[in-house]
Design a protein around this ligand. Structure first.
Ligand code: FES
Length: 285
C-alpha cells in the first residue's frame, strides 16, 4: 500500500486481536441494524472504535470500512472532518475551554491561558500522565453560562481560572467530579461508547440530562406572559434581579421580528404573489 500524497509505502493497518474484533463486530452489527442504509452508521461506528482505543486508529478506520462496505479513504475523509474524532492518543479527559467571542470576553481566554500554564501543555496536548488533554472549543450554545468549560462534552458553567484549575486538579487526582448539569463524568472511552448509541448507565444520567438555564428561558417566559419588566425605548432593560427582561405588550410590538405580517399588508405597492406574477409573464410571452 502506498500513501499516494506522499509517495511513502505504508504497511496495511493491523487488525484487532480476534476477541476484540469479535466483540466490536457484534456491537457494530447492532448499530448498523438501526439504519436503513449501512453507511449511515459510520458516525456511531467511529465513536465505537474510539471507545476501544481512545482515538480513531488506522485499524479502526479499516474496521469501519469493512463493516460498512466503504473504502478506507471514505472513512478517513469523514473521521478527519469532525473534531469529535481524535486522530492521536489523548487523555482520559478532554478539557475544552470555549474561547468563542462571548466566552472569550467573559474570561475564557484567561482560563485557557491559566490552564496552559497550570498543566504545562498547549492546545491539543496531553499531560504526561495521560489524564488531561487541553483544547480550545467553539461555542457550545451555552453562552448564557459563559465562560464555559466542557470535559468529555459535559458542561461546567460560569468558570473562573481558579475553578477551572481546581477542576483539572480533581480530574488528575481521580476525585469524583460532577458537571454543573448532567451525570458524573466518565472517561473519554466510556463517553465514546455512549455516543456510539449504547445505553448510558451512569447513575442519574437520564434525570440529569440537562435543560436550559434561567437566562435561556427568559425569552420563553416573556413570550408566555409569565415574566414582567421595564422597557426603555425599544430595548428591554434588566429589572435588576438578573432573572428577567422587559418586553412591550403584544399591542405595542414595534419590531417586525415580533410577529409575522403578510407581505401584501406591509408593502401594498408590491403585492407578493409569485404564482400570479409568473402566470402574467407567461401570458405576455
Ligand atoms: S461562546 Fe462559549 S458557549 Fe457560546
Amino acid at each position: 500500500m502506498t500513501d499516494v500524497s506522499l509517495g511513502i509505502p505504508q504497511m496495511p493497518a493491523p487488525d484487532y486481536p480476534a476477541d476484540v474484533r469479535a466483540r466490536l463486530e457484534s456491537d457494530a452489527r447492532e448499530v448498523i441494524a438501526r439504519y436503513p442504509g449501512s453507511r449511515s452508521a459510520l458516525l456511531p461506528l467511529l465513536h465505537l472504535v474510539q471507545s476501544e482505543e481512545g482515538h480513531v486508529t488506522r485499524t479502526g478506520i479499516r474496521f469501519c470500512a469493512e463493516m460498512l462496505d466503504l473504502t478506507t479513504a471514505e472513512v478517513t475523509a469523514v473521521s478527519t472532518f469532525y473534531t469529535m474524532y481524535r486522530r492521536k492518543p489523548s487523555g482520559d479527559y478532554q478539557v475544552g475551554v470555549c474561547t468563542n467571542t462571548l466566552c472569550a470576553v467573559m474570561g475564557g481566554d484567561a482560563i485557557f491561558d491559566e490552564l496552559k500554564q497550570h498543566l504545562g501543555v498547549g492546545n491539543d496536548e496531553t499531560t504526561g500522565d495521560g489524564k488531561v488533554t487541553l483544547e480550545h472549543i467553539e461555542c457550545n450554545a451555552a453562552c448564557d453560562f459563559a465562560p464555559v468549560v466542557m470535559v468529555n462534552w459535559e458542561f461546567f458553567d460560569n468558570q473562573t481560572p481558579e475553578s477551572a484549575k481546581a477542576l483539572v486538579d480533581d480530574l488528575i487526582a481521580g476525585r469524583e467530579v460532577r458537571p454543573t448539569r448532567g451525570a458524573p463524568l466518565c472517561t473519554y472511552k466510556e463517553t465514546a461508547r455512549i455516543l456510539a448509541g449504547f445505553p448510558d448507565t451512569r447513575e442519574g444520567a437520564v434525570e440529569a440530562s440537562g435543560g436550559a438555564g434561567p437566562a435561556s428561558l427568559a425569552g420563553l417566559r416573556l413570550h408566555r406572559g409569565e415574566a414582567q419588566g421595564r422597557v426603555v425605548g425599544q430595548r428591554a432593560e434588566s429589572p435588576g434581579d438578573g432573572a428577567t427582561y422587559g418586553t412591550p405588550s403584544p399591542a405595542e410590538h414595534a419590531s417586525s421580528h415580533d410577529a409575522p405580517r403578510q407581505t401584501a399588508e406591509s408593502d401594498p405597492a408590491h403585492p407578493a404573489d409569485p404564482v400570479a406574477d409568473n402566470a402574467a409573464e407567461e401570458e405576455g410571452e
